[in-house]
Design a protein around this ligand. Structure first.
Ligand code: GTP
Ligand code: MG
Length: 298
């Protein structure tokens, strides 16, 4: 009796599937100085040296579960040198982040603010309401606002509507955040439509934009095993190219990263920090350039 079931389970046994290694290009497809601790600290220095005349606002937008809050935690982790878990993260089909929340710190982000937002959903009645985008960009939304997917904010909201925002209350850079794996599978058209609508508003107001591709560790196991393979991974390169075509953002403004979210993400490592810092340096430079350009045109 018991024999047959034991022999069945023996014959069913098979080792866990190990995917073949993902291919690497012979030369990096994105040129950087050699990756080491010196390069990491020069990136930190570059970012700290950017001193806009006030603290600009950088907002993160993208599909639900893309890794917006995780990117904020990863950036704060790089800043503080230990794993940070300030912005709530969760895997699920509903947006974990439901309010407009600002983050900063006293080191790397001392001159900037990152703003977390509700995620976009495919349905028109769920998730971040694209009709809120212009109010957001023009600085009408106050910290702590609870997004309402069914109805955009208006001047009737006494607690969270900023009546007379100045340029300092505006959004000075928009960071689109997308899961790199989705670029491979194909991003649902509903998301592309909503992101394009947001991009139109961003473009009209001439706000600079950058795109972060998260979860490079899940997309490419060669990157998961050694993050220094990021700019040699064929899969990551393809994801950057596809994202550029889909979202019409230049490849050089698209940054693949691995956030501090997987089971091994306890210690902060310079290898993981480098792509996060490269992204943050460009975001802060674009933000500062925009403010300088406006000040010069006055
Ligand atoms: N392996 C891995 N997991 C990640 C990475 N970034 C985010 N995650 C996971 O993806 C899930 C969603 O991440 P969140 O940061 O909550 O995503 P979000 O964009 O803020 O989502 P909403 O607030 O719901 O719109 C969480 O389970 C994270 O742990 C990454 O780079 N690598
Ligand atoms: Mg979130």
């Amino acid at each position: 009796m018991g024999n047959s079931s034991s022999s069945d389970s023996d014959s069913d046994y098979s080792p866990a599937y190990v995917p073949p290694p993902s291919p690497l290009t012979s030369n990096p497809w994105r040129t950087t100085p050699e990756w080491n601790k010196e390069f990491e600290s020069s990136l930190r220095k570059d970012i700290k040296a950017i001193e806009p005349p006030f603290k600009p606002n950088i907002v993160l937008v993208g599909p639900v579960g893309a890794g917006k809050s995780s990117y904020i935690n990863a950036t704060l982790s790089v800043a503080k040198g230990h794993k940070v878990d300030m912005a709530y993260t969760e895997s699920g089909s509903k947006s974990c982040t439901t309010s407009y929340d600002r983050y900063t710190d006293k080191t790397l982000l001392q001159n900037f603010r990152l703003i977390d937002c509700m995620g976009l959903e495919q349905s028109t009645e769920e998730g971040f309401n694209v009709a809120d985008m212009v109010s957001l960009l023009k600085g009408h939304i106050k910290n702590g606002y609870q997004f309402n997917p069914r109805s955009p904010i208006s001047s009737e909201n006494k607690d969270h509507w900023h009546v007379n925002p100045t340029f300092e209350d505006h959004i000075h850079c928009v960071v689109f955040v997308v899961d790199a794996n989705v670029m491979h599978i194909g991003i649902p058209p509903a998301y592309v439509g909503k992101i394009r609508q947001i991009q139109d508003a961003v473009k009209r107001l001439r706000v600079p934009r950058v795109l972060i591709l998260t979860k490079a560790d899940e997309l490419c196991y060669t990157v998961r095993d050694d993050n220094t393979n990021m700019f040699r991974s064929v899969k990551v390169k393809e994801a950057v190219k596809t994202a550029s075509e889909v979202f019409r953002i230049p490849e050089a403004s698209i940054h693949p990263v691995t956030n501090y979210e997987d089971a091994d993400a306890i210690e902060i490592s310079w290898k993981r920090n480098i792509p996060l810092l490269i992204a943050l340096r460009q975001i802060t430079q674009y933000t500062n350039d925009r403010i300088e350009a406006l000040n010069d045109s006055d």
